[in-house]
Design a protein around this ligand. Sequence first.
Ligand SMILES: Cc1cc2nc3c(=O)[nH]c(=O)nc-3n(C[C@H](O)[C@H](O)[C@H](O)COP(=O)(O)O)c2cc1C
Length: 210
Amino acid sequence: MELKDYRRQYTKGGLREESMPDDPLVLFEQWQQDASAAGLADPTGVVVATVQPDGSIRQRFVLLKGVSEDGFVFFTNYNSDKAAALAQNDRSSMLFPWNELDRQVSVSGKVEKIAESESDAYFAARPRASQIAAWTSQQSQPIASRGALEAQYQATLERFDGGDVPRPPHWGGFRLVPERIEFWQGGEDRLHDRLIYQYANGWNRSRLQP
Ligand SMILES: Cc1cc2nc3c(=O)[nH]c(=O)nc-3n(C[C@H](O)[C@H](O)[C@H](O)COP(=O)(O)O)c2cc1C
């Protein structure tokens, strides 16, 4: 089949104002549970966009590790490309691609570092191999070869010699504090539903044409 011939109907249900909560986080948590129940490979996977110092845009997948009224939390390397971008411009957007449910959620707002104690607690709960990897990888920096990366990993293993692995100071969480959250649910004949929540002294809801 050619690319232009791929199309399908979106039939999994609609969004009606009368059944929408006033608080978008309530709806998000419901949709996150639906994504988990649907057996997706990465139900918590989300694309994070940043504005680079030169004004260009970059996106990458991360795993959402927490959500609350305060925002959406993911963990990464504070020396990475995305962290360098966020240090200069704290605006970001996250896209949850829940296509199997005919859904997407798009969140935008400002990003802040989470408290060190929160990063410590999450790091301590990670598998040891992931803890070692956090020390090993200078994320987003070039490296000469795969072999060089594996040698760095071995050196880190020897350094910690079977003992506890503390959180690297350059590794921790970011929280996107939402200002706008859009819920999209596919509809038949391309009459999709788009409900937008915008924050201004409380959440205000509106509907956009598809
Ligand atoms: C399924 C999946 C999950 C990922 N989860 C994370 C994550 O939670 N944190 C992270 O820093 N990178 C994660 N990555 C790798 C990022 O996409 C990216 O390659 C890395 O963070 C470096 O991005 P940067 O150079 O733009 O900073 C994940 C990639 C995939 C495909």
